[in-house]
Design a protein around this ligand. Structure first.
Ligand SMILES: [Cu+2]
Length: 339
């Protein structure tokens, strides 16, 4: 069945470039209108949504039907025959009371249910798993207890999760339709949301506040897994001394969101490709040039605006403070290996 979730899915899959290592997999929705329901809030929100949809739709049908009926019933074949139209009704108190009180009988419960839902969604329970979400043009970083971070969200099923949201630059908005949650990321202050995932699987994560050129690529994925799998995942994204540095660097390329702006296949994105970068001669916007050695790469990551590659905007955020020394050298090792 065609539903909104599959439209979402087509949109989401069209967006990432070919070397994007993941694209959100959207499971089919479980109703005609709604994306898949995967959190404690889904049932409540969808129910209220359906109530409002049905009440307003039936009202529209009723009003339009009455209008059509009256247009036909009270039509005049020619104005001349009847003279100017004169209203025969002054006012009708019972009718006016009815059309004021009847809608109130719908609006008040809708308000009460809506307000209850709003309060629930803004009051995280006490014992929650806290994950920090940092928005930065154009990717999400999720930092887990213990300090490791990733551009994807993983949560254990059945556990209350609170997401503390911040932005490094402009307004963004964290939206996970399957969980029915959405919250702005506002520079200079924290915002939050919470949910309890109820269904195993992978669900798309969007930025839903227009934030510049690659806003539509600001995609991520929420994986709901068993507590054991979640623990395994936390170990996996941590530093692993047994892996070669290039491999750790390749993982950081994805985890730190360099993918949004740098390709590996020679095509320019927002930033230059990494293919054949190491050892090549770089020309800069100010007319100077330099060889891309380790120091150049280091500087490019920590102080992106020190030398701006010709033909590109100074659009790269600094990673000073968000990369550990080890991660920086792993990334450099990886860039060197992209030939
Ligand atoms: Cu954004």
């Amino acid at each position: 069945m065609t539903n909104l979730a599959s439209v979402f899915s087509m949109l989401a899959q069209a967006a990432p470039a070919s070397d994007e290592p993941f694209s959100p997999v959207v499971p089919p929705g479980d109703g005609f209108w709604q994306p898949v329901s995967a959190s404690n809030f889904a049932g409540q929100i969808d129910w209220l949504y359906e109530v409002i949809l049905w009440v307003t739709s039936l009202t529209v049908v009723g009003v339009v039907a009455a209008m059509a009926l009256f247009v036909v019933k009270y039509r005049v074949s020619s104005r001349k025959e009847t003279g100017p139209a004169v209203s025969q009704v002054d006012h009708n108190t019972p009718l006016e009371i009815t059309w004021s009180v009847l809608p109130l009988a719908f609006f008040i419960p809708i308000f009460v249910w809506g307000f209850q839902g709003f309060t629930d969604m803004h009051t995280p329970p006490k014992d929650v798993l806290e994950i920090k979400a940092t928005a930065q043009k154009w990717n999400w970083q999720f930092t887990y207890p213990g300090g490791n971070s990733d551009s994807k969200l993983h949560v254990p099923v059945g556990r209350d999760v609170r997401i503390l949201i911040e932005s490094r630059d402009v307004l963004h908005s964290l939206s996970i339709p399957a969980f029915r949650v959405k919250q702005d990321a506002v520079p200079g202050r924290y915002t939050q949301l919470w949910f309890r995932a109820t269904k195993l699987g992978k669900f798309p994560v969007f930025c839903t506040e227009y934030c510049g050129t690659s806003h539509s690529d600001m995609l991520s994925e929420a994986t709901v897994e068993t507590p054991d799998e979640f623990q395994e995942y936390l170990n996996k994204i941590g530093f692993d001394p047994n892996k070669p540095p290039e491999q750790r660097g390749a993982e950081l390329y994805v985890q730190k969101g360099c993918t949004t702006c740098h390709s590996l296949d020679g095509s320019p994105k927002v930033g230059p490709t990494w293919k054949g970068l190491f050892g090549s001669t770089r020309s800069f916007a100010d007319g100077s040039s330099a060889t891309a050695d380790e120091n150049y790469l280091r500087e490019s990551i920590l102080e992106p605006n020190a030398k701006v590659v010709q033909g590109f905007a100074p659009a790269m955020p600094t990673f000073q403070g968000s990369l550990k020394d080890q991660q920086l050298s792993d990334l450099i090792a990886y860039i060197k290996s992209v030939k």
